[in-house]
Design a protein around this ligand. Structure first.
Ligand SMILES: NC(=O)c1ccc[n+]([C@@H]2O[C@H](COP(=O)([O-])OP(=O)(O)OC[C@H]3O[C@@H](n4cnc5c(N)ncnc54)[C@H](O)[C@@H]3O)[C@@H](O)[C@H]2O)c1
Length: 255
């Protein structure tokens, strides 16, 4: 109990899946949690179940929205200790079928959203000389994947941004840490949605998905908690995998 007591956290994509599990875990350990999500309905539905949490409407693709949110949180709570950039969308398409619109849609949420979040969190965190930014990446940034072209590209950009922010902060003495988390398949609405699409288009591939390891959102939330807390004070610029070895073993290809 109390591993992040007194800290203030913003969690984008906090209305669902990994963001929601992380919001619950941080609140259980004493943080004041601001759930920031584009879904008003879902955000308002979950916020009441989390002690002391508040919901703020945020479209991560708009820098002006970010400036408004971060400044509002600092004005109200006097600080921002933790930012979890967790909002994300996925579309299934190879490079051959990725349209310009799909590319921009995925990168707007993942790449642009994380850029704006890191930029404005760093701006306020460096003033007090402390803070933890956590970027939700994916094993897709390590392995790629034939049918997740734009998503893997966006996650790879986030992985690079994370290290650049961490190094800038360390070399400038900002006191802000920035790390990325790379989950494998986790049981969330996003994964369910992907499975439904695969089922419609390729039932054999969907059946094969049943044999792949799937983790629980709390498995990721526990790592978020560690990175958010002062226990991880020496962890900066790290890319931390939560996949029970699947990044290694899925490298096996048929003859
Ligand atoms: N579930 C997995 O298997 C898995 C694996 C690796 C990485 N991830 C990553 O974890 C993160 C969370 O995924 P999830 O599985 O919990 O998905 P999810 O679909 O359950 O939740 C995503 C949340 O992001 C919000 N969101 C979408 N666009 C937004 C925007 N423009 N502004 C603000 N909020 C927005 C949605 O409303 C939703 O609440 C994503 O970045 C995803 O890429 C998920």
């Amino acid at each position: 109990m109390g591993r992040v007591a007194g800290k203030v956290a913003i969690i984008t994509g906090g209305a669902s899946g990994l963001g929601l599990a992380s919001a619950c875990r941080l609140a259980e350990e004493g943080a004041t949690v601001v759930i920031a999500d584009i879904s008003l309905e879902q955000g308002q539905a979950v916020v009441g179940e989390i002690a002391g949490a508040r919901f703020e409407h945020l479209d991560v693709t708009q820098e002006a929205n970010w400036i408004g949110l971060i400044d509002k949180v600092v004005a109200e709570f006097g600080r921002l200790d933790i930012l979890l950039n967790c909002a994300g969308i996925v579309r299934l398409a190879s490079i051959e079928d990725t349209s310009e619109a799909m590319w921009r849609e995925i990168n707007a949420v993942g790449t642009d959203g994380t850029f704006f979040g890191c930029k404005h969190a760093l701006r306020v965190m460096k003033v007090v000389g402390a803070g933890s930014i956590i970027n939700m990446c994916s094993t897709a940034s390590i392995q790629g994947g034939p049918m997740i072209f734009a998503y893997a590209a966006s996650k790879s950009a986030i992985r690079g941004m994370t290290k650049s922010v961490a190094v800038l902060s360390a070399q400038s003495g900002y006191g802000v840490r920035c790390n990325s988390i790379h989950p494998g398949n986790m049981r969330t609405p996003m994964l369910e949605g992907m499975k439904e699409i695969v089922m419609e288009n390729d039932p054999e591939a969907a059946a094969a998905m049943d044999n792949i390891w799937v983790g629980e959102p709390v498995d990721v939330a526990n790592l978020v908690l560690f990175l958010a807390s002062d226990e991880s004070v020496a962890v900066n610029g790290a890319a931390m995998v939560v996949d029970n070895t699947t990044t290694i073993t899925e490298g096996v290809v048929p003859h």
